[in-house]
Design a protein around this ligand. Structure first.
Ligand SMILES: *Cc1c(COP(=O)(O)O)cnc(C)c1O
Length: 381
């Protein structure tokens, strides 16, 4: 089966109890047992829930992993993954990371004896130097990164991690499995904020881990239950419902983002556009090799800094000023004062998150409406 068909059908059979075509929302915290410890695979919904089980199997199938695990948020998934690593573990991560990921590593896990090290993941030789400098437990990549759309060569990073005896995890939130499947490139673990493209409708907060090796999957499943950051059956249903249309949504997100990126590149008010689909993107060739489309996220730097950004944002009507991304509606934000406000200014600037940077999640609206709105708002800056 091709990917779009698998999105609709794979690992999502009609409900075995009733034949319901859509997976029912099993709102039950506990399950009747025939005798002590004689049950039908379900005991208590933190450990396993039938709605969640279908979502987890579908996630595993789409990313090509042995085990899928659903969580109550992307950061809940990350926190559970990090719980796998004991005090003293060294983690080599990209220096341009989702702000919440950086906050958890830097302001929590470091206090508990985890040693995060940040390097430029656009350059495999930097990853190699970092893992050779000291024993490393985990190599953690985001590709494309948030908000600068930098890429990590997943095959190269997987090889470097394997040679060093480290696990390799990839945050695949920006790409989604419709665009890129890191386990096929050698990753051990894929992380998602299902809040974004997998859910796709800005109506839930959720997360997921998909684990390549079965044994590691069993250990992380044990942690999922032990730590308990699990999603509700209703949220699992909504992610399942969203995933069925991921293929058609992602094609439109990518087409719209491609058109928007070209339009922004032509504007005299814009200094620089970051989009892997543009020929001007420094890693465009790598993008063409490891992504099947270029995704819906664009960021760009306005001339005139934060003041120009504020005037530009004030001129938008259709495109909503809001955090988050990956929904059917276009969302725009100012990383320096919003999503990345928890990163110190000097650190932020060092990585290229300037005061004039704007991040745009292109929705699935008609592209003519998006382009018209952007053109008019840029003219008024
Ligand atoms: C949103 C996001 C997260 C965190 O996910 P939540 O569901 O908000 O907890 C992690 N990584 C990336 C790239 C994200 O965009």
């Amino acid at each position: 089966m091709r990917f779009d068909t698998r999105l609709v059908h794979e690992a999502q059979p009609a409900d075995p109890a009733t034949g319901a075509v859509n997976t029912p929302i099993y709102l039950s915290s506990t399950f009747a047992q025939e005798a002590p410890n004689r049950n039908r695979g379900y005991v208590y919904s933190r450990s396993a829930n039938p709605t969640r089980s279908v979502l987890e199997a579908a996630l595993a199938a789409l990313e090509g992993g042995a085990v899928g695990l659903a969580f109550s948020s992307g950061l809940g998934a990350l926190a559970t993954l990090l719980d796998h690593f004991p005090t003293g573990s060294r983690i080599v991560a990209g220096e341009d990371l989702y702000g919440g990921t950086w906050r958890l590593l830097e302001h929590r896990r470091r206090q508990y004896g985890i040693e995060p090290v940040y390097v430029d993941f656009r350059r495999p030789e930097r990853i190699r130097a970092a893992v050779r400098a000291a024993p490393t437990a985990l190599v953690y990549a985001e590709s494309p990164t948030n908000p600068l759309l930098g890429l990590c060569d997943l095959r190269a990073a997987a090889r470097i991690a394997r040679e060093a005896g480290a696990l390799f995890a990839v945050d695949n939130t920006f790409a989604s499995p419709a665009v890129q499947r890191p386990i096929e490139s050698g990753a051990d673990v894929v992380l998602h904020s299902t809040t974004k493209y997998l859910g796709g409708h800005s109506d839930i907060v959720g997360g997921a881990l998909v684990v390549g090796p079965a044994e590691l999957g069993r250990r992380l499943a044990w942690l999922q239950n032990a730590v308990g950051a699990v999603p509700s059956p209703f949220d699992c249903f909504l992610v399942l419902r969203g995933m069925k249309t991921l293929g058609v949504r992602m094609r439109r997100h990518s087409e719209n983002a491609g058109a928007v990126a070209l339009e922004l590149e032509r504007s005299p008010r814009v200094a620089r556009v970051h989009y892997p689909g543009l020929a001007s993107h420094p890693q465009h060739r790598l993008a063409a090799r490891q992504m099947s489309q270029y995704g819906g996220m664009v960021s760009f730097e306005m001339k005139g800094g934060a003041a120009a950004v504020r005037r530009f944002l004030g001129g938008l009507r259709l495109i909503t000023l809001a955090e988050s991304l990956g929904g059917v509606e276009s969302l725009i934000e100012h990383p320096a004062s919003m999503t990345h406000a928890s990163v110190p200014r000097a650190e932020r600037l060092r990585h290229g998150v300037t005061d004039g940077l704007v991040r745009l999640s292109c929705g699935i609206e008609d592209p003519a409406d998006l382009l018209g709105e952007l053109r008019a708002a840029l003219r008024r800056v």
